[in-house]
Write a protein that binds this ligand. Structure first.
Ligand code: GRF
Length: 202
């Protein structure tokens, strides 16, 4: 199964996927290509260092979301991508993009959805006074962070936490959860009925 990863930032989730692939922990999933929308982002450096195929499509060079998404679709096409993984990809995908990869786009989000969607979710949870937060891997649908939930990991908020410490502990769990879900999907163990996602045992 060919995986296309889209990222915008530091790329630590991408690195977790690269490391998992290196340890043969992605099952039949293969990292086919990494696309970024921020020309000098850490994710691009990490992808190149791992010898992966890459593309850069700067959203600022495209007048509309549709034009940007069509450019990304065109860049993915030669790599015969079966699954798109959003690993810190800070763009909202258009319905046309999602239709092209219907049910085959997943995202990692740093909260226990449906709590704290959007940006700065770890800080939102901390400031709200949540006692438990965590991370979620979900299918992407139109709407922000709203698709069917595949897997979640809870992270306790400690009395002596600050936003940064909480963010880092959640991030460490993202790094475990995302490769595990990619493997489950690649092994054909993930099925969806409405909003409910079933993961068959490995
Ligand atoms: C992660 O917390 C991800 O969930 C969020 O942005 C962060 C990206 O981190 N959307 P990285 O680029 O994978 O290091």
């Amino acid at each position: 199964m060919n995986v296309g990863v889209l990222a915008s930032g530091t790329g630590s989730n991408l690195q977790a996927l690269i490391d998992a692939a290196g340890h043969d922990e992605l099952g039949p999933a293969r990292l086919a290509v990494v696309g970024v929308n921020v020309p000098d982002c850490g994710a691009l450096t990490r992808a190149r260092a791992a010898g992966l195929a890459t593309f850069v499509i700067d959203h600022r060079a495209h007048p509309t979301r549709d034009a940007f998404d069509q450019a990304v679709l065109a860049a993915l096409r030669p790599h015969a991508v079966d699954l798109v993984v959003l690993a810190g990809f800070m763009r909202i995908l258009t319905p046309a993009f999602l239709a092209a990869f219907s049910g085959r786009v997943i995202n990692v989000h740093p909260s226990l959805l449906p709590a704290f969607p959007g940006v700065h979710s770890q800080a939102q949870a901390f400031r709200h006074g949540a006692k438990i937060s965590g991370c979620t891997v979900h299918f992407v649908e139109t709407g922000v962070d709203s698709g069917p939930i595949i897997a979640q990991t809870a992270v306790a908020v400690r009395d002596d936490d600050d936003e940064e410490r909480l963010r880092l502990r959640i991030l460490a769990e993202e790094h475990r959860l995302l490769p595990a879900v990619v493997r489950q999907i690649a092994e054909g163990r993930v099925s969806v009925q409405g909003r409910r996602v079933h993961v068959a045992p490995g």
